[in-house]
Design a protein around this ligand. Structure first.
Ligand code: HMG
Ligand code: MG
Length: 288
């Protein structure tokens, strides 16, 4: 095996959003600035959502305003609606993401909308972003299991993928939000999505609740996927996916990819430093 695999760092957003202690913008900025020296092409640093729903992300504009932007890195933000997009544009996010679900229960719990309502909400966001020249990524959550509805049929993922692709998302990130998927389920899901949207760029987004995220990455590589989201230090969880653990750790993904003979462009020494910094943010949380 050889070739380049991109790791999309999502720690400063997906990683930190679930921490209970309100981490200051300065602490987040220090983490992003260190991550910016590690070799990533994309780092998700912000989320323009309701501060009542996710208080930890309320400093997103300060984070985007305070980081040292490195050449060649796209700094990304989540935008659930037009208000979020306006915030992201004001704060000069380089790209934005709309985030839907393949299961009704999670859609309702996470963004207070049915799948159909959420897609109607995303359509103007995607159009306006395109008009402003901002690339839009699409997330689909609960692609194998949902904490509310149980198993997700692969066809439900394919149906949402078709809609997000039609809205112009440049890449679709498929999320095992609960972190319980098995490699065979991941493969079946990717095959169904690939049949529905053969031209789409697909990425894998795995939480590591059951310790199978690296196996799921290997299964996805076998399906031709070459982009994986990960969070430094294995930070994370989703406030609306009870029991879900953090994202698969960036440094572990990097190591596994290297062992498999892939290149990532990432610096292992910096990842190690950043993982320590991320874990210190978390231990400050447990002692707070
Ligand atoms: P709602 O209550 O239906 O919306 O929430 P609303 O329009 O009725 O607004 C409610 C309040 O929120 C109002 O304030 C709005 O002004 C405000 P109030 O009048 O009560 O003071 N509001 C906003 N404030 C700031 N920025 C905004 C915004 N929009 C409305 N953009 C809404 C709908 C989508 C806003 C809400 O459900 C929400 O914010 N949800 C976000 C939940 C979230 O961030 N979850 C985590 C990210 S997803 C994830 O982690 C999964 C992923 O990693 C992939 C995977 O792992 O599967 C991506
Ligand atoms: Mg996630």
């Amino acid at each position: 095996m050889s070739g380049f695999v991109e790791v999309f760092e999502v720690g400063p957003r997906d990683g930190l959003q679930n921490e209970k202690r309100l981490i200051s913008a300065a602490e987040k900025i220090a983490l992003v600035d260190l991550l910016s020296t590690a070799g990533f092409r994309r780092i998700e640093v912000a989320s323009f959502v309701s501060p009542k729903w996710v208080p930890q992300m309320a400093t997103s504009a300060d984070v985007l305003g305070g980081i040292k932007r490195a050449d060649g890195i796209s700094y990304a933000a989540l935008t659930p609606n037009m208000r979020g997009l306006e915030g992201a544009i004001m704060a000069k996010a380089d790209e934005v993401a709309i985030f839907g679900s393949a299961s009704e229960g999670f859609s309702k719990a996470n963004i207070n909308a049915s799948i159909a309502e959420s897609l109607e909400r995303f359509r103007p966001v995607a159009e306006a972003a395109k008009g402003a020249g901002i690339p839009v990524r699409g997330y689909i959550s609960c692609v194998v299991n949902c904490p509310y509805d149980g198993p997700t049929p692969p066809q439900s993922v394919a149906a949402v993928a078709r809609e997000l692709q039609a809205m112009g998302c440049y890449e679709l990130s498929l999320g095992d939000t609960t972190g319980h998927a098995y490699p065979s389920e991941i493969k079946d899901m990717f095959r169904a999505v690939r049949d529905a949207v053969p031209d789409a760029r697909l990425a894998g987004h795995y939480h590591d609740t059951s310790g199978r995220a690296l196996e799921n990455i290997e299964a996805s590589l076998q399906e031709g996927v070459r982009v994986f989201d990960a969070a430094i230090g294995g930070l994370g969880g989703c406030p609306y996916a009870p029991g879900a653990a953090g994202n698969v750790a960036t440094e572990a993904v990097h190591q596994r990819l290297r062992d498999l003979g892939y290149t990532t462009g990432l610096d292992a020494g910096i990842l190690e430093q950043a993982a320590k910094m991320a874990q210190a943010l978390r231990s400050a949380e447990t002692t707070a």
